[in-house]
Design a protein around this ligand. Structure first.
Ligand code: SAH
Length: 258
């Protein structure tokens, strides 16, 4: 398909994909935090089935694979991310038990009911919403199986209008930690643990690599308005985080299916 045939939306989609293909993570997180969350999950064996939904290029999936036994399936909407994911798995000698597949969490997932021991999803459940994800994904888990997701959350009961408005424009399901825990409990899980991701998950592991890559991206797409806008919106997200980080951030929620 030639560029002329593409809608602006499709073109933006490709740009976003290219932008994030160049960084190790597509959202806040770190290997230390993945390992910490994994520490709340027991009973994994070489027979275990793990699904990483919205896996991106697999930064966290490879950390998972290196720290737990079992077969891991990463699922993401973007084929380019999955290609990088599978290349990374091969490079790390993990391709025997780590496979990336293209798919959408908007659709029925390609897993049997009650077949998965652990569902993982870092910074991605927001694509269908926290409550919907918890409710729909539960059917794929075995009894006593675990879910571990990271999700944008408010840290305080009140917050300044500027950051509230920003989030309402981007993700209205952002909520306080107690409200999210109640949603997890109501969806049929024991809330095993929650913890706030430390600041370096944003600064060192997410924003810094993005900043480093932005210059080359800007040069490659010089004069392209959509590329400029993408960089500006990423910069804005960064500035807001620095200004309002005591009011919000990412939180890991770990639950066990009843
Ligand atoms: N887990 C990764 C990526 C988080 S970014 C990390 O922490 O680095 C969110 C991811 O969700 C992106 O990779 C995006 O491609 C993916 N995504 C968006 N909509 C999706 C959908 N409908 N189904 C599956 N993945 C989706």
């Amino acid at each position: 398909m030639s560029n002329e045939c593409k809608t602006i939306h499709e073109f933006d989609f490709n740009l976003i994909c290219e932008y994030f293909s160049n960084v190790e993570r597509q959202g806040p997180g770190s290997p230390e935090v993945t390992i910490k969350a994994l520490g709340f999950i027991d009973n994994l064996t070489t027979e275990s089935r793990i699904a990483d939904l919205g896996c991106g290029t697999g930064g966290q999936t490879m950390t998972l694979a290196q720290n737990t036994p079992g077969q891991i399936t990463g699922l993401d909407l973007f084929p380019d991310f999955i290609n990088i994911f599978n290349r990374n798995a091969r490079t790390l000698g993990l391709s025997g038990r780590v496979k990336g597949i293209v798919g959408s969490m908007q659709e029925t997932l390609p897993f049997e009911k009650e077949s998965v021991d652990l569902i993982w999803s870092e910074g991605a459940i927001y694509n269908i919403g926290f409550e919907r994800g918890l409710n729909e994904w539960r059917q794929y888990l075995k009894k006593d199986g675990y879910i571990a997701v990271s999700e944008a959350s408010w840290f305080t009961a009140e917050r300044p209008a500027e950051i509230y408005d920003y989030w309402m424009a981007h993700y209205t399901e952002i909520d306080t930690i107690p409200n999210k825990v109640a949603q997890m409990q109501n969806a049929g899980y024991i809330p095993v643990a929650t913890f706030i991701l430390p600041e370096n998950c944003w600064t060192e592991h997410y924003f810094a690599p993005c900043c480093k890559m932005q210059q080359a991206f800007r040069e490659k797409h010089r004069g392209n308005k959509a590329a400029e806008e993408l960089i500006l919106s990423e910069r804005h997200e960064m500035e807001l985080y620095h200004r309002y980080k005591e009011f919000y951030g990412y939180v890991f929620y770990i639950g066990k299916k009843l």
